[in-house]
Design a protein around this ligand. Structure first.
Ligand SMILES: [Zn+2]
Length: 468
């Protein structure tokens, strides 16, 4: 039985899907005006683990993720420029080109991290009609009002507004008062439809019953989740930064429009810190996956790094930590190579592995089971079978390493033996020379309690989506 922490009820709950073995899963996706940061990517990795765990447990998952290509304004509120249009102006290109470029880059990033591609990736600009229809429904039910720059949702009409994030309306209003539009009835009210500015035409704008404009940022998630998953659906996920505004507003729109719950379970992934500090563009530490690759890190080393911290804890990213993860990944691959082709299962390890995941996705514990399995004296073929199944959740691409041990050439063995003799006579200079010779031929030598072991120095792993 999968247990999941539910942000909505603030408790650990048994997971019961609404429809037998089918799970509707919606995750808030990227705003496509800049590359995803490693903080964003951490969330997508955690959501991928949830999806793969559900699949391990026999569920069929319908995974929907939106692509925000319009309406997300600078500062995440209802003021300021559209992030996509601003980037287009800066770069001297069109908003459509910016959106396309960063959507492609996002898909490449998630492929490199072995994140299963969501079944549906709907764009906000492809669902303008549905969004307008939703505003009409809210208007008919009396939840909206019009001011000079758009149609707004009246949060005072939605009785439970604020309860999701555990904030009282007054507290929320206090937080939102800064830079609030004086025409709004309450500072926490938010735009459903914004009018195009009177001076200067927008690139992305549409006709609507209220005037030419574009949808508010929160609207697309409400409109597209009901379109693809119905309402209510099972699990809604996102980063913790979405709780106080974006998700509170999604809930208000969807539940006011349809009079029923938006989603049963809400999963939120904690922040990623860099060197113990908050990540940000102005801090110069908003790293992207390309930054990691430029320093010769394997994207899957970052994935493994993420798996080492529970998704509800803050993850502290350091370059040393990433280095350690890369080393651990190499060791995993080496251990996989030394197995034999799969035959029968290691049932006990697999059970413990699944139980760790069922406990609110305890991946660090599941990883410990992997190491335990590899160190156990089970038959190699049985270990291989178990490792294969575990990696279907972990997504570390170990399949291609299993049983692929590379025989040590005689020449290397001879050098290693010679080095062993040099070590016995404490001739460290000769021993170091021999190690250099072994390394130069593409092998590494490690000294352990039971003598030395030889490993081929891996070339960098080719990741998914990389051109050969
Ligand atoms: Zn959303």
């Amino acid at each position: 039985m999968l247990k999941l922490w539910n942000t909505r009820t603030k408790s650990l709950e048994d997971f019961h899907p609404l429809h037998d073995k089918r799970v509707g899963f919606y995750a808030c996706g990227p705003t496509v005006y800049n590359p995803a940061t490693i903080g964003n990517l951490r969330s997508y990795v955690a959501e991928d683990i949830l999806r793969r765990t559900l699949e391990l447990l026999g569920y069929t998952v319908e995974h929907v993720m939106n692509i925000t290509d319009v309406g997300h304004l600078v500062g995440d509120r209802d003021e300021g420029e559209d992030k996509v249009e601003r980037e287009a102006a800066k770069r001297g290109t069109t908003a459509w080109d910016i959106a396309k470029e960063y959507e492609e880059r996002f898909l490449r990033d998630i492929a490199r991290l072995d994140i299963e591609k969501p079944n549906k990736l709907p764009r906000a600009t492809d669902h303008i009609e549905e969004q307008i229809a939703l505003v009409k429904t809210l208007e008919e039910k009396g939840f909206t009002y019009k001011i000079s720059d758009g149609i707004y949702f009246d949060t005072s009409k939605f009785k439970t507004y604020g309860s999701f994030s555990g904030q009282k309306l007054e507290e929320k209003e206090e937080g939102a008062r800064v830079a609030a539009n004086p025409e709004k009835k309450h500072p926490s009210d938010f735009a459903l439809w914004k009018f195009s500015p009177k001076e200067g035409k927008r690139q992305m704008e549409w006709e609507s019953p209220w005037g030419v404009g574009f949808p508010g940022w929160h609207l697309e998630c409400s409109a597209m989740s009901v379109e693809y998953l119905g309402q209510p659906f099972d699990i809604h996920a996102g980063g913790v930064d979405h709780i106080p505004v974006h998700h509170e507003n999604e809930i208000a729109q969807s539940e006011a429009a349809y009079g029923k719950e938006l989603a049963e379970y809400w999963m939120h992934v904690e922040f990623l810190l860099v060197d113990g500090r908050r990540m940000g563009k102005s801090e110069g530490n908003a790293y992207t996956l390309d930054d990691l690759i430029a320093k010769n890190f394997d994207p899957l080393a970052f994935r493994l790094y993420c798996l080492g911290t529970h998704y509800r804890s803050k993850m502290n990213f350091t370059w040393e930590g990433l280095e350690a993860a890369q080393h651990a990944l190499k060791k995993l691959r080496q251990a996989a190579r030394e197995l034999e082709a799969p035959a029968i299962g290691c049932a006990e390890f697999e059970k413990t592995f699944a139980a760790a995941l069922e406990d609110d996705l305890n991946v660090p514990k599941a990883l410990a089971v992997v190491w335990e399995l590899l160190g156990s004296d089970q038959p190699k073929s049985a270990k291989a079978e178990a490792l294969l199944r575990m990696d279907r959740v972990l997504g570390l691409g170990l399949k291609e390493y299993i049983g692929q041990a590379i025989p040590v050439p005689d020449e290397i063995t001879a050098l290693a033996e010679e080095r062993e003799q040099a070590r016995k006579t404490k001739d460290w200079k000769r021993s170091d020379e021999l190690r250099d010779q072994i390394n130069a031929k593409g092998w590494s030598i490690e000294d352990g309690d039971e003598g030395y072991s030889l490993h081929v120095i891996e070339e960098r792993h080719k990741f998914r989506g990389e051109e050969s």
